[in-house]
Design a binder for this molecule. Structure first.
Ligand code: ZN
Length: 468
């Protein structure tokens, strides 16, 4: 069995039409989804990009990987294997189109990078730049006489949202600079990001515009993915090839004041898509209920490949029982059909937080004051308030205490299991200032000095740490 893993960076589940979005953002991806399974309750427990991809491709949580954030995070230990290393050991040909480098290139026979032209102010053709190495590694994989693992990393819905024509007007027909529109006012008042936003979308007054451009980026990406899907069909790589299409984290648009970025452990960032296609093994059109997590993906892929070795001791579990044809002909609806019923989440972005998500509740706890001045504890009743708008932490102290107890027990349990300290309080918040637009996407660069240096005058951050 072959494996092709797509990571479509920054793609939140609910903006895909196959997940119910009202705009037709993803017709080509929807067609693949119709041939396979869609996981409707799938989460990225560790955000942003580095921990998101590391948990996706190791099957392990941050307490094992120690990768909590972006720059300044330590390298992944050599004794924690990446999926490509595990499959290569089993005789697979491994090839990737990716630009993260560092430990993400471990185990690949072929690792092709890419970059795109960032000089244009209004249009970046990111997916086309990735398409070239993506098709190249697919061709190389098809020429092998052994099974292959191909990994493709696309970036289009990541900021700045600058879809090329005609996608740039696909979902927006108004005047985005209408002086009478005040809907962007709160965004322009957000000190930490306003300089970046001004470089990206100067003079925009209508908040519906960047939201439409986010969707347009997905539509542009989807059109480029059609070339990949067509190449797979041409090469006879549909049967006996597991396709896994997912992301590392989602994106906040205008839900919680974390505008157009992926910080915050709210649903838009943590509820992510997963489409799995394996003809004959995964029923077409299936909607798998129950929780799944990024840390479950590596064990799931190995399980379908017949290579899941208990000695690997993943923190995630195989989702194969959720996905294969059920005996009764329909999927059960019991919540216990997922790999877990409680998801433990962390972020080390602009803020340092932990969250615990059950089917009914989410508790978010800040380890340090955050850039927005959000409360240190937020409790949301997800079944009654799925948009996480009403913080009930003070109103329901018993629920808050119970969930907080579970959260702290989990951390203590993991610290005892690993024999290593909790990495989250030890690793500083890596993001302190907004860079230039062309640096917005992480690249394979040497780690900068630890981010606990003193801030200089003129660095715009919204808070200072207690010890500074
Ligand atoms: Zn990312």
């Amino acid at each position: 069995m072959n494996v092709i893993l797509f990571s479509l960076d920054t793609l939140r589940a609910d903006r895909l039409s196959c997940y119910g979005h009202s705009r037709p953002t993803s017709p080509n991806l929807d067609a693949v989804a119709a041939q396979g399974a869609v996981l409707t309750e799938y989460f990225s427990p560790h955000i942003p990009t580095y921990p998101g991809h590391t948990s996706m491709m190791t099957g392990r949580d941050i307490y094992t990987t120690r990768v909590t954030g972006q720059s300044g995070t330590p390298e992944l230990c050599a004794d924690v294997p990446m999926l490509a290393e595990l499959l290569k050991r089993q005789g697979y040909f491994t090839a990737a189109a990716d630009n993260l480098g560092r430990w993400f290139q471990r185990g690949f026979d072929v690792y092709e990078g890419y970059s795109w032209d960032t000089s244009a102010a209004t249009s970046w053709r990111k997916a086309e730049a990735v398409l070239k190495p993506a098709l190249s590694v697919i061709d190389q994989a098809a020429a092998q006489d052994k099974p292959f693992f191909v990994y493709l990393h696309f970036w289009d819905p990541h900021t700045p949202y600058l879809p090329p024509a005609p996608f740039d007007r696909m979902f927006y027909g108004g005047d985005e600079k209408d002086p009478a529109n005040r809907s962007m006012d709160p965004v322009w008042q957000f000190e930490n990001f306003k300089w970046y936003f001004n470089e990206w979308m100067p003079g925009v007054t209508d908040i519906e515009f960047p939201k439409a451009q986010y969707d347009a980026e997905i539509a542009y990406l989807d059109a480029c993915l059609a070339h990949v899907f067509a190449r797979l069909a041409e090469k006879g790589m549909v049967e006996d090839t597991l396709l896994a299409i997912t992301t590392d984290h989602g994106e906040e648009l205008d839900e919680h004041g974390c505008w157009f970025d992926h910080h915050g452990l709210y649903e838009p960032n943590t509820r992510i898509p997963l489409v799995l296609r394996l003809p004959g093994r995964i029923p077409a059109g299936a909607r798998a209920p129950g929780f799944g997590r990024s840390i479950d993906l590596t064990p799931t892929i190995l399980d379908f490949a017949g290579l899941l070795d208990p000695a690997l001791r993943f923190e995630g579990s195989s989702m194969r029982p959720m996905l294969e044809a059920p005996r009764a002909g329909v999927f059960q609806t019991s919540v216990s059909r997922g790999t877990c019923d409680v998801v433990h989440m962390t972020e080390n972005t602009w803020m340092k937080k932990r969250a615990l998500r059950t089917h009914e509740w989410k508790l978010i706890v800040g380890l340090e004051p955050d850039i927005h001045g959000f409360p240190a504890e937020e409790l949301y009743h997800l079944t009654g308030d799925p948009a996480e708008q009403v913080n009930m932490a003070r109103e329901l102290p018993e629920v808050t205490r119970r969930l907080r107890g579970w959260m702290e027990d989990h951390v203590q349990h993991r610290v005892a299991e690993t024999g290593l300290p909790d990495p989250l309080p030890l690793q500083p918040i890596p993001l302190k200032r907004v860079g230039k637009m062309e640096q917005s996407v992480p690249k394979d660069e040497p780690a900068p000095p630890p981010a606990d240096e003193k801030l200089r005058d003129g660095d715009f951050v919204g808070y200072e740490r207690d010890n500074e």
